[in-house]
Design a protein around this ligand. Structure first.
Ligand code: GTP
Ligand code: MG
Length: 349
């Protein structure tokens, strides 16, 4: 599937337009306020405050600043623009190790993806988007409605399945999720399906119930197919900031995560959490979500993300390369006001 809207370039353009609230990017604020000025301690401190405010976290902020200070000391950075370019590079380097796309092993049939995460993080939506992507690549896909906690969850998955033109294995609400997943793997084997994606509950009576249930689903999967699951995809809502990081630690400890999906990066003031997560966990970031629609989903790309974080859509807009396919969200990126992402200016601005 390659409508313009769906292309890689189109996705990155929309990422830049959507990641941060309008005109509050580092390059915009710092560029305007310190135009033509030599990089000094004040500028670097301001940058530090903004990175911390965006949930980049103390460790990574310290590392980034250290890199920049070293380059300033060597007189490598003449102005704010050079500083921003250096920051983009440093962020890209931090993120590069976790830029590892999901590689579906065709020898595993079905390739089983177990999708986990707290309630509301975007699991079911991500499964819908992923199903569409995989069928677009010519793979056959089956979904398993492993969130049996709520009837609405099964329905919601069904709607996404319909859109993607794939089938769902489901039982009624309250059924044993292990049994659903077991049936689904068996069905996928019989039908020669390429990829099975299993939804799971995000909320149970307690967090420990949830972890126990997920462990059980894992055990059941291994019984029907010893190599499964081939991927345990943890979905995190980027708006949760540091909370997303602690969720990741918890899930990873409990069931072993092999890849991450970061959702709701559209309009978050906390996009910096991606750096903290990358550095702390080192888990591959497979995909990111930038909206509720199927096409608001793409593979994680370190350089594109760094650029979106530092520059937003400002340069794009200035270059006049707007794209009709971008829709209202892109229009929203036109210069409006300051504040929001990195926008905690606070003094004299
Ligand atoms: N803006 C935005 N909204 C998203 C994104 N991904 C998911 N959502 C929305 O977030 C809400 C929750 O998404 P779900 O997919 O239902 O989340 P879930 O993890 O399955 O939640 P539970 O089933 O309750 O555990 C829905 O309204 C989605 O449309 C995204 O990338 N951006
Ligand atoms: Mg759900």
């Amino acid at each position: 599937m390659s409508t313009p809207d769906d292309s890689k370039a189109g996705f990155f353009r929309r990422l830049r337009a959507k990641l941060n609230p309008p005109n509050s990017w580092l390059s915009y604020d710092l560029g305007n306020l310190f135009r033509g000025r030599k990089i000094d301690a004040e500028i670097l401190e301001e940058l530090e405050t903004r990175l911390l405010g965006a949930d980049v976290g103390v460790t990574v902020t310290g590392e980034l600043l250290e890199t920049l200070r070293r380059r300033v000391a060597r007189n490598e950075l003449a102005d704010v623009e050079a500083l921003m370019a250096a920051l983009r590079e440093a962020i890209t380097e931090t993120l590069r190790p976790v830029q590892q796309p999901l590689a579906i092993d065709a020898a595993r049939k079905p390739y089983v993806i177990l999708v986990v995460g707290v309630n509301g993080s975007g699991k079911t939506t991500t499964i819908g988007k992923l199903a569409r992507r995989l069928t677009g690549e010519g793979r056959s896909v089956l979904l398993a409605a492993g969130d049996t906690f709520r009837a609405a969850a099964i329905e919601q998955l069904g709607i996404w399945a319909q859109r993607a033109g794939v089938e769902v294995v489901a039982q009624q609400a309250g059924a044993d999720p292990g049994a659903v997943v077991f049936d689904a793997v068996a069905a996928a084997k019989t039908r020669g399906i390429d990829v099975l994606v299993a939804d799971t509950a995000g909320r149970l009576h307690s967090q420990s119930h949830l972890m126990e249930e997920l462990k059980k689903v894992r055990r059941v999967l291994a019984r029907v197919e010893p190599s499964a699951p081939h991927e345990v995809l943890l979905v995190l809502d980027a708006n949760q900031g540091q909370n997303a990081l602690s969720q990741a630690v918890q899930f990873h400890e409990a069931i072993g995560v092999t890849g991450l999906v970061l959702t709701k990066l559209d309009g978050t003031a906390r996009g910096g959490i991606v750096l903290a997560i990358a550095r702390r966990l080192g888990l591959p970031i497979r995909f990111i979500g930038i909206g509720e629609q199927a096409e608001d989903f793409g593979e994680f790309d370190a350089a594109a993300f760094a650029r979106a974080l530092v520059d937003g859509a400002v340069h794009e807009a200035a270059a006049g390369s707007g794209d009709a396919a971008g829709g209202p969200a892109d229009a929203g990126a036109a210069p409006q006001k300051k504040g929001g992402f990195f926008g905690r200016w606070g003094k004299g601005g």
